[in-house]
Design a protein around this ligand. Structure first.
Ligand code: FMN
Length: 356
């Protein structure tokens, strides 16, 4: 049975379909609860959330579902502050800020590790059975603390080596993201370019080298993608783009429309919004910043520098300046409820399986 394995047993879910934790307001309590109520695993994208906001969100979800759900957080990163790059980028962004009426941003010394530690404290205090990480692996001490509290931990990998590192660290499962994936991939051990490996090539190579359950991600939108992943040896899938356009998603309407109207060559890789390569539907901001990508401040500094632009652009209905994160399988996107997305996958798999 495609839907009964170690992963479904450990996560206590009916179907091995995980809705990606997507930071930035997409994963509303309604979306997370709808996915979990439909038999999948809903996930809060808490990467950018303050700890107390995360606590409120978790409590709101508990009011909407009694089923398990997870929270996704970002392992902190400490980029070098290159003042030259910051000054140059401020000059580049200045005309856009003027057009939108946005004030220049001052970059303060960020304390990502404080936010991360506070988020973990909330996750230990609140009843959240599953915690997933991207952008690296947390410290040994933190992993031990979470495991002692019986949390199921899910890491993220974009190469075989990263998957092996996740297993060695004590992660219970690993999300394996192919290069089709929308948004930021979790590459943390080596170059982003060399880690651009497609889902069909990456998943079986990881499955052959780790013993923990593998969760395939990148370009999976329907029953065909889920069944293909299972055939490649994955025990589950993680889907992002398919849920961005769902009814319950908190994505901005321009973001949903961009995905729904995009062809397969619409989403491109860009570092322009955040300083870290990510896949999103191409727009004016991406094309005009392309030639400057090598001289941008690293993530998360660049992310902070474009934050107000992205927010204001959404308010003023200017999608040309918004980050429209999306995977490559856009033609399969639909504006359906999360419950419908999952029940369609289940019936598609039933139909395909009859033909074997
Ligand atoms: C809008 C968007 C935001 C995302 N944010 C996160 C995030 O906060 N954390 C994370 O681990 N992955 C994030 N991802 C990547 C997903 O985990 C997943 O790998 C990806 O969506 C799979 O490809 P797909 O979009 O083709 O389904 C995001 C993806 C999208 C589309």
């Amino acid at each position: 049975m495609w839907n009964s394995n170690q992963l479904t047993d450990q996560l206590k879910i009916k179907y091995p379909i995980i809705q990606a934790g997507m930071a930035g307001g997409i994963t509303t309590p309604e979306l997370v609860a709808a996915v979990s109520n439909a038999g999948g695993l809903g996930n809060v994208g808490a990467g950018y959330m303050r700890a107390e906001d995360m606590r409120h969100t978790i409590r709101a979800i508990h009011k909407l579902t009694t089923q398990p759900f997870g929270v996704n957080v970002f392992n902190p990163e400490y980029p070098e502050t290159k003042q030259d790059y910051i000054d140059q980028t401020n000059d580049l962004l200045s005309p856009i800020r003027k057009e939108l009426g946005v004030a220049p941003v001052s970059i303060s010394e960020d304390t990502p590790s404080t936010l991360f530690a506070e988020q973990i404290d909330v996750l230990l205090e609140e009843n959240v059975p599953v915690i997933s990480f991207t952008f690296g692996i947390p410290s040994k001490e933190m992993i031990q603390k979470l495991k002692a509290a019986n949390k199921i931990l899910i890491g993220t990998a974009t190469t075989v080596e990263e998957a092996i590192m996740n297993e060695a660290s004590g992660m219970d499962m690993v999300v394996v993201q192919g290069s089709e994936a929308g948004g930021h991939r979790g590459t943390f051990n080596g170059s982003f370019e060399k880690a651009m490996i497609g889902t069909v090539a990456l998943v079986p190579q990881v499955v052959d080298r780790v013993n923990i359950p593998v969760i395939a991600a990148g370009g999976i939108m329907d029953g065909r993608g889920v069944l293909a992943s299972v055939i490649l040896g994955a025990q589950g899938v993680q889907m992002g783009t398919a849920f961005v356009t769902s009814v319950e998603s908190g994505a901005k309407k321009q973001h949903k429309e961009a995905i729904l109207n995009s062809a397969e060559d619409g989403p491109v890789m860009t570092s322009a919004f955040s300083g870290k390569p990510a896949r999103g539907v191409e727009n004016k901001f991406i094309t005009s910043m392309k030639q400057h990508e090598q001289q941008l401040p690293d993530y998360p500094i660049q992310n902070t520098m474009t934050n107000a632009i992205r927010k204001e652009a959404a308010k003023q209905n200017k999608p040309e300046y918004m980050s429209l994160w999306s995977g490559q399988n856009t033609r399969l996107s639909q504006n359906k409820s999360a419950d419908q997305i999952i029940s369609d996958i289940v019936s598609q798999i039933r139909n395909i399986s009859q033909g074997f």
